[in-house]
Design a protein around this ligand. Structure first.
Ligand code: SF4
Ligand code: SF4
Length: 124
């Protein structure tokens, strides 16, 4: 995750840096470092942040069609996202069968999902 997306999500969540530090269980200094680009944002922090903004949107009544419908997916029957019915959280689960997320580890998968409209929609 880049620092711009990090800041954008914090602002969408109406959190100060201090409040977000508490929410993510990290120091205020770490938040400063992520936002200034001095420190790379760890994968577990990024995933937590995406999860929180996803939940916030859901609470605000923002819903979306599942990925298999939005992407006219032909692989859904083999896919973990479909099995667990998390078509708007497919970026969170591994074992997805989108061409680009197949047989990759969680770090590589996140790189792919960051460019996908399903995940990007959370920033709108
Ligand atoms: S995550 Fe990808 S492969 Fe799986 S159901 Fe969604 S669009 Fe299809
Ligand atoms: S690339 Fe990622 S976010 Fe996009 S549909 Fe596949 S699993 Fe979901």
């Amino acid at each position: 995750m880049d620092k711009e997306s990090f800041v954008l999500i914090r602002k969408k969540m109406n959190r100060t840096q201090k409040q977000l530090a508490e929410l993510l269980g990290v120091s205020l200094k770490a938040i400063h470092s992520y936002e200034q680009g001095w420190r790379k944002i760890p994968l577990h922090i990024e995933r937590q942040l995406w999860f929180l903004i996803y939940q916030k949107k859901k609470q605000d009544g923002v819903t979306s069609e599942p990925c298999w419908e939005r992407k006219s997916c032909e692989m859904k029957d083999e896919c973990s996202a479909y099995e667990f019915k998390c078509g708007d959280m497919c970026w969170f689960v591994c074992g997805t069968k989108c061409k680009c997320t197949r047989d990759v580890d969680v770090r590589e998968k996140m790189q792919v999902c960051r460019k996908c409209k399903i995940l990007k929609a959370l920033l709108k």
